[in-house]
Write a protein that binds this ligand. Structure first.
Ligand code: PMT
Length: 406
């Protein structure tokens, strides 16, 4: 899950005065559940909406409020907190807090901390929609973004004041998912990654096709992981029932031939990851009328071989870094390594297939091979494995490029 990236991170959560301040409690809970350490800084306004004791209990740390509180200054003053933080998340961020940060004010702890820290700052605004759309707020927003701060939301909808429109705080889960994405090191910026996913369907007649049980989940998670790493991602997918991940360019195909054409159309990919379960064969002839049960000629089906997509990609003059998958029921390592060799792959990720295992499941386990090594990735959510695999791909991709460039 995207949240895995939060493990071990030190987060200062700034809570400012808004009716949405109560959602800070859930944000703290989610951060800690994901393994992050949280220290809370509240503005005076925030304390009108939720008690420091609540947030202190949930965060497991004293809540800091006053810049000039002698006790707090000695325990964790704004400079100590500013240095401690890996990230500063301000949620909710009120119009007033945004304005104070823009002006570089230091009369309250949260604004002073923002001035003193070198940690990245993410703000999740929450306010009445007229306040949000006001020129003053929009100008502040532009200044904050221009300085490299990250703005999460706001959402649109019914507001506590009874009005409708933009200005609602994002839900805590959305804030955590966005924050996690921001935290992933962007090692693939400027790189183009092509991912294939899902099954292919090879039509027999207007009703029937040859297909397989791939759901596309593993491939879609890999596309997300590549986006998180900063890549431009093209996801070429067979027929699946999955939502397109954000910031991904999706190309839908049905057959192996269409997938082949779509992949070969992209001549400047840096990395190609073939996660699709591509049909090796297709019916030699497509029957344009439904085949009848009584039709004796159809007791057998003539098949012809499809192009091998990854084998073709790795024969290109400008060869990208090519990663294949191998789904096997037995002899996992041996068959996977054979595929790596036969298709001239840089890396192969092997998964063991069994009843209710891998295909369609949210979980998987991988054994990854490349020419100089191997790595086992234990059973985990596909989202987690995708990120782990992407880290390894980037490592090997960088290693290959550094050899090329010497
Ligand atoms: O989609 P999910 O439900 O999440 O399941 C994920 C998965 C099991 C489909 C995935 O993890 C996986 O293992 N995909 C490869 C499945 C497979 O059977 O591969 P293969 O042994 O047929 O092919 C080996 C490799 O060559 C694959 O990378 C495949 O994309 C590629 N190939 C295969 C045939 C072909 N004509 N062209 C290809 O490029």
């Amino acid at each position: 899950m995207a949240e895995d990236i939060l493990a071990g991170k030190k987060i200062v959560l700034g809570v400012s005065g808004s009716i949405a301040a109560y959602k800070a409690a859930e944000i703290i809970r989610l951060c800690r559940k994901a393994g992050a350490e949280v220290k809370v800084v509240m503005t005076r306004g925030a304390c009108e909406f939720i008690t420091p004791l609540t947030l202190q209990t949930l965060s497991g740390s004293p809540v800091a409020m006053d810049l000039l509180d002698a006790d707090e200054e000695s325990a964790m003053g704004h400079i100590t907190l500013a240095r401690w933080a890996d990230w500063v998340l301000i949620a909710p961020a009120s119009a007033n807090t945004m304005a104070r940060i823009v002006q570089g004010r230091t009369e309250d702890l949260l604004s002073a901390l923002c001035l003193a820290t070198e940690a990245p700052i993410a703000l999740a605004p929450a306010m009445n929609n007229k306040m949000w759309t006001h020129k003053a707020t929009q100008q502040n927003l532009a200044v904050l973004s221009g300085r490299g701060n990250y703005i999460l939301g706001p959402a649109s909808g019914e507001q506590a004041c009874g009005e409708e429109g933009e200005g609602r705080l994002l839900e805590p889960e959305q804030i955590i998912a966005l924050l996690s994405q921001l935290m992933v090191p962007k090692r693939l910026v400027g790189n183009r990654v092509v991912v294939t996913a899902g099954p292919t369907h090879e039509p027999i007649d207007p009703v029937r096709y040859i297909g397989n049980r791939s759901s596309g989940k593993m491939g879609f998670e890999l596309a997300c992981a590549a986006v998180e790493a900063g890549a431009e991602v093209i996801l070429i997918t067979g027929p699946v029932h999955l939502t397109t991940p954000s910031a991904v360019c999706r190309i839908d195909v049905e057959t192996a031939q269409q997938m082949y054409d779509a992949v070969m159309d992209i001549s400047d990919a840096d990395i190609v990851i073939g996660c699709a379960a591509v049909a090796d064969y297709r019916p030699a002839e497509y029957q344009d009328k439904k085949i009848k049960k009584a039709d004796s000629e159809c007791s057998s089906l003539a098949l012809i071989k499809n192009h091998d997509i990854l084998a073709a990609v790795s024969q290109r003059k400008e060869q990208p870094f090519v990663v294949g998958f191998a789904a096997e029921t037995d002899n996992l390592a041996e068959y996977a390594k054979d595929k790596m060799k036969a298709k001239n792959l840089d890396m192969v990720a092997a998964n063991l297939i069994g009843k209710d295992m891998v295909f369609g499941s949210d979980m998987n386990a991988l054994q990854v091979f490349w020419s100089e090594g191997e790595q086992t990735m234990a059973t985990a959510f596909k989202s987690h494995l995708a990120r782990e695999l992407m880290t390894l791909i980037i490592e090997r991709y960088d290693a290959k490029n550094s050899i090329k460039n010497t």
